[in-house]
Design a binder for this molecule. Structure first.
Ligand code: UDP
Length: 416
């Protein structure tokens, strides 16, 4: 098949860990690469955010990233990008004049807007699949007036859900939300994100620690990730006399500016009185993350809400137990008492209790870590996620055509 991925703000080539670069970038990159390994041709369309990148970049055999000029050729926060979607759609449709896709898979609501627009410009309309990665209605529920999404999101996002041919939700909680938004249940499949099992492994080098115990937090530094809660919890454990340190990975402003969230977290660390136990490390490339995960006794993910959450998969793949808020995708991925512990969101006391329990019980940590690796191997390999996603494309195409799906394989030699 020819598959067009549309990911307006999240390029698979981006540096991860900034405000707008995280799980979606990883998902689009890994899914595209695996779909190409299966013999498909993939083009990923993303908005050009600098003046120097080539128009086309080969990400992997069979996967090309296409930079479409739409708006200024510099970083634009994703919440300011809506006005550029018509130009993005026009650029994508222009590329399809000599490369007609069989299916378009858009990522995040604005890409859905652009994808539907691009498809409407085509004579032979390909099927459109969509993954939301986050839902405005959930964001608004938790962030209220702090949500900087454009007002149009309130009606355009559900509209995307209702108009596309199929929605790939990443967890069951999201599927419930989508039904409430009026997306027909028959159009929803639930396929989680995956993890790179060859990169994130239990065996291999690990960074040395400064204290007896190490707790790790990894992710974009935005308030809803709940890193402040983790810092408070570790501060409390340090005050109890537990010899523990916390390493926080992620953050750092784009274009070298200030990162207000890093400054806010540094303030919380000082208030706990255990500031020297807390290291705010900033962005770390994926290549260096396995040795950091392996250096930890426990990885904590304490978001207020979480559409999916790839970080806990990476931790489990490295054999490290995870303390996770029981929200969104973490309900499905982390098994309470099996691969880690669930805690209520925004509850530093509960995080401290769960982490303390694990730090003081090494055999349990080992057991939960080993279970985590097994769970990742059994269910979350990107190869499996790509196979399930391809099946959902074919089912959607077949349902729409009322017949067998067209199969267009890439010429041999490029794949695998
Ligand atoms: N990440 C990274 N370096 C950093 C911070 C994050 O490589 O400094 C990666 C992390 O390993 C994970 C992704 O960014 O693969 C975050 O994905 P997740 O789904 O956990 O969160 P999201 O960004 O989607 O909110």
């Amino acid at each position: 098949m020819r598959i067009a991925m549309v990911s307006e703000h999240a390029s698979p080539l981006a540096t991860l860990g900034g405000v707008d670069a995280g799980g979606q970038n990883v998902h689009v990159a890994a899914l595209s690469i695996e779909l190409a390994r299966r013999g498909n041709e993939v083009r990923v369309y993303t908005r050009r955010d600098d003046a120097v990148s080539p128009e086309r970049v080969l990400l992997a055999p069979g996967v090309e990233v296409v930079h479409v000029t739409a708006g200024p050729t510099r970083h634009v926060p994703k919440d300011d990008m809506l006005p550029y979607m018509p130009a993005l759609a026009a650029g994508i449709a222009a590329d399809w004049t000599d490369w007609a896709p069989d299916v378009v898979h858009s990522h995040f609501w604005m890409s859905g807007v652009a994808a539907l627009d691009a498809v409407s410009r085509m004579a032979s309309a390909p099927r459109v699949m969509h993954t939301f990665h986050a839902l405005g209605v959930v964001k608004r529920r938790h962030q209220g007036a702090d949500d900087t999404s454009p007002a149009e999101r309130e009606w355009l996002e559900p509209d995307v859900g209702r108009r596309v041919d199929g929605v790939v939700a990443t967890c069951s909680d999201e599927a419930f939300e989508l039904k409430k938004l009026g997306v027909p249940p028959r159009n929803i499949s639930v396929i989680p994100c995956g993890v790179d099992l060859a990169h994130f492994t239990p065996d291999g080098p690990h960074e040395s620690r400064r204290r007896r115990h190490r707790v790790l937090s990894v992710g974009r530094l935005v308030p809803r990730k709940g890193v402040g809660t983790v810092i408070e919890a570790i501060g409390a454990l340090a005050a109890e006399g537990i010899d523990v340190e916390l390493v926080v990975v992620g953050g750092g402003a784009s274009n070298g500016g200030r990162d207000p969230e890093l400054e806010r977290l540094a303030g919380i660390a000082r208030q706990t009185g255990a500031g020297e136990r807390i290291e705010l490390r900033g962005q770390v490339p994926q290549s260096a993350l396995p040795e950091l995960y392996r250096s930890a006794d426990v990885v904590v993910c304490a978001p207020w809400y979480e559409p999916f959450g790839i970080v806990p998969l990476e931790a489990m793949a490295c054999g490290i137990p995870v303390v996770a808020s029981s929200v969104g995708g973490l309900i499905d991925s982390v098994v309470d008492g099996g691969t880690g512990r669930h805690v209520p969101p925004r509850d530093a006391g509960a995080v401290a209790d769960a982490v303390r329990g694990l730090l003081l019980d090494e055999p349990q940590r080992r057991q939960l870590g080993a279970n985590g690796r097994k769970r990742m191997t059994a269910r979350y390999a990107w190869s499996r996620i790509a196979a399930d996603t391809e099946r959902s494309y074919r089912a959607t195409i077949a349902a729409a055509n009322g017949s067998a799906a067209p199969v267009r394989r890439r010429a041999k030699g490029g794949a695998r």
